[in-house]
Structure formats: structure tokens, C-alpha cells
Design a protein. Structure first.
Length: 533
């Protein structure tokens, strides 16, 4: 087994991606989670760049990280200045990080036209910087910036730069496809040449790829095949421009798909989905639903032919068992569905032998989707639809009327107020509530009317709200589809409403969300009772 070191740069390179921003507490929380996963190196940031990164290296020392090493990132010393006097060098040492990652120039064009020093001075800057950090007792990883472009332009000089770093004490030289423009065959060939150039020094080679041609993962795997023993990347591929190599997919490919490689100590791959979503949530970003291995759609099946085959042999349309990476199989229902989809989704209702009922459900789904409904993200509404088709749906309350008002006070502040009148059992509940908008006010008024009878609703919260015009050619008279995502504890569920009036569509989705929660609670109280009953 070849052990491949995993180096995460989400907190530094990933944070350079548009829309990505981590607080100090976010960075510490992600560091802890990465350490629990068994990641070998976590790059915390550039201690000279800002106070947050400087504070990070102080606070991270209080965490229990096991074998995971925290790395401080910096650049080689400035031109014309001794390493010991360079503020960047001194900040790296002061960070207390056991590993320092230095980036230096490989491409002669960058040396002469961007850095504006001689080729020999650049070599001295690399060697002096590595030697200074080694003398300070730090482990040094050298990132060879623009390595692949530099080797293409001037292979002799590119080789001298990485040799200078290795001979000065860098135990690992990382080959960076900084522009993200190299192809896998180029990466493989030049990685082999770099390893050959480093052989006399004993330094190993690593790989760091950007994703500007959408082949960063393929390039990373090509470098590993060529002999690289260390992989750099970011969780979910966060990073500048088009991002970096996605460590989630790299880990899944090396640890699950490929044979002969060991990552994360051979453990924790079943937590990849959890890790991916944790980082998305921490960054306050939506999950990429079609992300390989861990996305919500990675093992989702919609076409009736596919679902029929999956029911007989999962490997017919799945390249791995989703649980290996902590994901799950999902069967979607839409106008493209066949009876197989309905069977798969309705298994928990124990109606798979009722052919007539399943035909009724499929007919209803097709008719509703023709009106603009979509059940792929609204499985809770689908479950309620099954109950209605089976004539087992009994509403927990009845809406007599609702009303929403939006206005402004004398200071120009918007005010939204919703009134609902419900029949709950033999009681009439008439409640009013304010909110940040019509949907929020309706939700608040509904809860106010129902919480006394159904206290479990207090644990329920609305976590997402999506609106889309179904038939936009109708202009302002278009039907509107509203998808509401709700949660209680660790469980989440989606519901849908469609109407020409956005408030009514929202109301329909909210009602489904509450009804689903109440039916789920009833099932959990009586586990032997199926949701359909």
C-alpha cells in the first residue's frame, strides 16, 4: 500500500474563493474536524497577512489535533534582504506552527518580469528562506509555484529551483499547477521528471492543482500515479477562480476506487459526506447537489428504467455503495417516473403490492407536475400525496381563512402582519403575528395557533425557501412554485406548493410541512404504525 499524505488548504487557498469567508471560530472548528478525519496537514493561513490568521496560530495550539500538523504559509524572503530580517520569515517562526509551507518562483518569466530579480537571486531567496526555517527547527514544505508552466518554458531552470529548496532542507517539494491549465498527461510526465531531479536530495514530491480546465482531480491522480506522495487541495474544491482540486473526490478516488493506496490512515472515508456538508454549512454556502460522491444527487435516480434496474442490482447504475462515503440512495419522482419509482418510494408505506393504488399515484404525480409541481426536493409532500391517494389522510387542522397585510409605519419601516383562523379539533383558533415578510408572518401565526395543541412544533424551523415561476411566458399571471425546507433536530424535509398567487403557494407548502411533521411524530410515538396508516 502506498500511503498518500493529505494536505488541506481550505482555510487559506480555499478562503480565496469568491463568496468564501471564515471567521476565526470557523477556522478552528474546521481544523478540529479535519484532524478528527485524520488529515495529515492543515494549512491555517498566512500569519503576516491579517490579525485573524495571527490569532489563529495562537488559539489552534489549544486544540487536541492528534497526529495532524498545522502549517503556516508564507513566501520566500524579499529580494535584497536577509531571511532573518524579513518580516514574513519572522512571522512564520513566531506563529509556532511546526510546519512552514514556503512558496517560491519556478517560472523564469515570473522571476524576471514579475518578481524582477535575476535568476540567481531567486535561487538564493529560495535556499536562504528554507535554510532559515530549518535552522529555527521547523519542518519545511516547499511549494513550487507555476511549476508546470515553468518546466515547459525552461526545464533546466525549473529543476534548479526545486533542487535549491531540497538541498537547503525542504523534505517535500510540491509541484503547483498554479494557472490550472495543464493536462493530465503533462502533469504525469513532468512529475516524473521532477522526481528524477530531486532523487539525489532525497526530497519527495507532492502535487497542488487548480481547476481552471476542470481537470484538477484528474491531474492530481495523474501525479500520484507518477510518484507523488503528497496531495494538496481543499474541501469541496473551494478556491480562487475555478477553485482547487476537491479533496473529497481525491480521497474517495484514492481510498475507494483505486487499489493500492492508503489515505487518512485507511479510516473515516464513510464520513466524507458529513465533512463536505459541515464545511459548506460553516462557510454558509449551499451544497453542490451534483457533487460527485457526496452530493444529494450523486446517487439519485429519476428515470423509470434506471430505478427498475436499481431495484434488481444496485451496481447497474451505481459505481459504489453510497454508504461507503456516508451518502444515501435517493429515488426521485417526476413525470419521467415509471411504476418502479413509485414502488421504491412507497416501500415504507407497504403498498408495493397494490398495483391500482400505485397507478393512481403515478397518474396524480404526472398531472401535478404538468401544473408545475416538482417532488424531487419535496418528498414530504409526496408522502402526503400517497396518503391522500390511499384515502388515509386526515388533516390535523382545517384552515377557515388567512389574511396577510404589508404596509409601512410613519418612519418608512415595512410592517408585515398575518392573521389565521383555524379549526383544531372542536376549537376555533384565531391568531395574529408579525414577521419579516409574508411567509415568515404566516409561519409565526400558524405556530401560534397550533403550538398549544401540538407542542412538538416548537422544535420545527424553516431553513430554506425557494421561489420559481413555472410558466414565465404568462408574465405576472404565471404560476409560482414554492419549495420550503423544514427541519427539526437532525431531520429535514421538503414540501411544495404551486399557485398563481405566491402567498397561496407558500401557504400550501407551509401546511404540508406542518402536516408532515405531525404525522412523523405520530409514527415515532407508535413505531409499529406506518406513515400511510
Amino acid at each position: 500500500m502506498r500511503v498518500i499524505q493529505i494536505y488541506d488548504t481550505t482555510l487559506r487557498d480555499g478562503a480565496q474563493g469568491e463568496g468564501v469567508n471564515f471567521s476565526l471560530q470557523d477556522k478552528l472548528a474546521i481544523t478540529q474536524r479535519l484532524a478528527e478525519m485524520g488529515v495529515d496537514f492543515v494549512e491555517g493561513g498566512y500569519p503576516l497577512s491579517n490579525e485573524k490568521d495571527e490569532r489563529y496560530f495562537q488559539d489552534v495550539q489549544e486544540l487536541s489535533l492528534g497526529e495532524t500538523k498545522v502549517c503556516a504559509f508564507g513566501m520566500t524572503r524579499r529580494k535584497g534582504q536577509a531571511a532573518a530580517a524579513d518580516p514574513g520569515m519572522r512571522a512564520l517562526v513566531a506563529s509556532g506552527a511546526p510546519v512552514c509551507t514556503l512558496v517560491g518562483k519556478t517560472w523564469d518569466f515570473h522571476v524576471t518580469d514579475v518578481l524582477r530579480v535575476t535568476l540567481e537571486e531567486n535561487l538564493a531567496m529560495i535556499a536562504d528562506s528554507v535554510r532559515f526555517l530549518r535552522d529555527a527547527g521547523r519542518e519545511v514544505i516547499y511549494d513550487a509555484e507555476h511549476f508546470f508552466d515553468g518546466w515547459k518554458a525552461n526545464p533546466e531552470y525549473a529543476a534548479r529551483t526545486i533542487q535549491a529548496a531540497a538541498e537547503a532542507g525542504a523534505h517535500l517539494v510540491v509541484l503547483c499547477d498554479t494557472n490550472g491549465g495543464s493536462m493530465p498527461e503533462e502533469i504525469a510526465a513532468r512529475t516524473r521528471l521532477a522526481i528524477e531531479a530531486l532523487s539525489a536530495s532525497g526530497a519527495a514530491a507532492g502535487i497542488h492543482c487548480h481547476n481552471d480546465c476542470d481537470v484538477a482531480i484528474a491531474n492530481t491522480l495523474a501525479a500520484v500515479d507518477a510518484g507523488a506522495v503528497h496531495v494538496q487541495g481543499t474541501i469541496n474544491g473551494f478556491g480562487e477562480r475555478c477553485g482547487n482540486a476537491d479533496l473529497i473526490s481525491v480521497l474517495a478516488n484514492l481510498g475507494v476506487k483505486r487499489k493500492g493506496f492508503e489515505v487518512l490512515g485507511g479510516e473515516n472515508l464513510e464520513r466524507l459526506t458529513e465533512l463536505s456538508r459541515f464545511v459548506y454549512e460553516t462557510a454558509n454556502m449551499h451544497w453542490r447537489v451534483n457533487q460527485p460522491f457526496v452530493g444529494q444527487s450523486a446517487f439519485a435516480h429519476k428515470g423509470g428504467m434506471h430505478v427498475h434496474a436499481i431495484a434488481r442490482a444496485t451496481e447497474s447504475y451505481e459505481h459504489i455503495d453510497p454508504c461507503v462515503v456516508g451518502n444515501e440512495r435517493r429515488i426521485l419522482v417526476s413525470e419521467l417516473s415509471g411504476r418502479s419509482n413509485i414502488i421504491a418510494l412507497a416501500t415504507k408505506h407497504h403498498i408495493e403490492n397494490d398495483r391500482r393504488l400505485m397507478d393512481d399515484i403515478l397518474t396524480k404525480v404526472v398531472a401535478l407536475e404538468n401544473q408545475g409541481y416538482q417532488f424531487e426536493a419535496a418528498e414530504a409532500s409526496f408522502d402526503l400525496l400517497v396518503k391522500k391517494c390511499a384515502d388515509t389522510f386526515e388533516p390535523h387542522f382545517e384552515c377557515i381563512k388567512y389574511h396577510v397585510e404589508v404596509g409601512a409605519d410613519g418612519a418608512g419601516r415595512l410592517l408585515t402582519e398575518a392573521t389565521v383562523k383555524l379549526r383544531v379539533g372542536d376549537q376555533i383558533r384565531h391568531e395574529v403575528a408579525e414577521g419579516d415578510g409574508p411567509v415568515n408572518a404566516l409561519d409565526a401565526a400558524l405556530r401560534k395557533a397550533l403550538n398549544g395543541t401540538y407542542p412538538a412544533l416548537r422544535a420545527m424551523r424553516l431553513v430554506d425557501y425557494k421561489v420559481r415561476a413555472v410558466n414565465s411566458e404568462a408574465g405576472t399571471a404565471a404560476r409560482i412554485r414554492v419549495i420550503v425546507e423544514s427541519a427539526a433536530g437532525q431531520e429535514t424535509w421538503g414540501t411544495v406548493g404551486v399557485h398563481e398567487n405566491i402567498i397561496e403557494a407558500s401557504w400550501m407548502a407551509l401546511i404540508d410541512a406542518i402536516e408532515y411533521k405531525l404525522y412523523r411524530d405520530a409514527v415515532q410515538v407508535s413505531p409499529a404504525t406506518a406513515l400511510l396508516s
